[in-house]
Design a protein around this ligand. Structure first.
Ligand code: ADP
Length: 369
């Protein structure tokens, strides 16, 4: 801490090290549209001179918008890998320090380094940490630091010669909080959205992460993809790894379909707890409750099919009735929603009918309903 205090206004010795990633677009599964859009940056970095001679304005900043784990960092590395240029990676939050002026100095250092070895990629993760809207008058002084950092970033972006070949890729999940000044032409004027992967993309991502693993004959990656709606690329990478671990624990080198199922449950529900044993009457109540969900789901025309029912406690959950959509919907009709509500409430309804009273087990159902 003493060192930090003495070094106010001066940034640490050598904070920014360039890497030369060997990541390529082939490592990024799916997202073909995004890759096509960002390939332009690769082309520019390979030959910035050509763009200058043609009088074309080169891309300077690309903002990647999407939830965590969707491969934004991976994509940025792949751009550097494809273009064979150095890659600087910083987290927005690392600029925001206790001392006013330190962040701005770091930004200055970062770009000085990048200029030395341009063409290069500068990747700023969580840019919202520095790029939030600047306060108008009357805001607290505590924002001074962030504001100075942001101003420094803006002036660096405006300052460098486009022919130099520095492209800034930034990632955020909260574009709405960014200062509009960042989005002006010549700054982050290109934006690509990177949503959670859709069904086919999930299959492709799992496939990439299974390339170094041995899969059993019963493994269908489309089934895995279907069972993982809402998973990000990072979640899927984790899933493949967990499945391999399950297989190893079981003394096998080949991953079976059941290993994927078990890995998925562990990620979604938490580890299965043997110590978490229920009293017999509790177990009975959980069984009644889950049977209610499952029965109504099976009997409702518009409800998603039941994929699995369990009363083995794991993590915080005592039992689960899992439904999986056959197709990925983007729009939900009233009939679907009505049935979904009925399924939700059916756990408690079953308890009332069979046991004559409700229990706290339905709290989450009620909240969601
Ligand atoms: P973000 O920067 O969006 O939070 P990352 O790039 O850090 O996400 O992704 C974390 C990890 O998830 C990657 O290192 C990779 O293993 C995996 N991953 C995410 N998206 C993909 C994808 N489209 N293809 C392959 N792997 C992916």
């Amino acid at each position: 801490m003493l060192q930090g205090a003495m070094g106010v206004g001066k940034s640490k010795a050598k904070v920014f090290d360039a890497e030369r990633p060997d990541t390529t677009f082939a490592n990024v599964a799916g997202y073909e549209g995004v890759k096509a859009e960002i390939a332009e940056v690769v082309d520019f970095l390979r030959q910035p001179e050509r763009y200058r001679r043609a009088g074309a304005t080169a891309p300077r900043g690309v903002l990647m918008i999407g939830p965590p784990g969707t491969g934004k960092t991976l994509l940025a590395r792949a751009v550097a890998g494809e273009a064979a240029v150095p890659f600087f990676s910083v987290a927005g939050s690392s600029f925001v320090e206790m001392f006013v002026g330190v962040g701005a100095a770091r930004v200055r250092d970062l770009f000085a380094e990048a200029r030395k070895i341009a063409p290069a990629i500068v990747f700023i993760d969580e840019i919202d940490a520095i790029g939030g809207r600047r306060a108008g008058s009357g805001m607290v002084v505590a924002n001074d630091e962030r504001e100075q950092t942001l101003n420094q970033l803006l002036s660096e972006m405006d300052g460098f010669d486009p022919a130099l070949g520095i492209v800034i890729l930034a990632a955020t999940n909260r574009p709405e909080v960014l200062d509009p000044a960042l989005l002006r032409p010549g700054r982050f004027d290109r934006q690509v959205t990177i949503p959670l992967p859709a069904l086919a993309e999930r299959a492709a991502i799992v496939k990439v992460h299974c390339e170094d693993k041995r899969l059993g004959p019963d493994v269908d990656l489309n089934v895995v993809a279907r069972g993982t709606p809402g998973f990000s690329g990072a979640d899927l990478a984790n899933l493949a790894n967990e499945a391999a671990i399950v297989a190893v624990r079981d003394g096998r080198e080949e991953i079976a379909a059941a290993d994927f199922a078990q890995a998925r449950d562990r990620i979604l529900l938490g580890r299965r707890e043997d110590s978490n044993v229920l009293l017999p009457e509790e177990k009975h109540a959980v069984a009644i409750h889950e049977a209610g969900h499952a029965l109504v789901a099976a009997l409702s025309t518009h409800a998603d099919p039941v994929a699995k029912v369990t009363i083995l406690p794991a993590g915080q959950t005592l039992g689960v009735t899992e439904q999986l959509p056959l197709v990925e919907r983007h729009l939900y009709g009233e009939d679907y929603l009505q049935d979904a509500l009925a399924v939700r409430l059916a756990g408690r309804a079953a308890e009332l009918v069979e046991l004559g009273q409700g229990s706290t087990g339905a709290a989450n159902d009620l909240a969601q309903a």
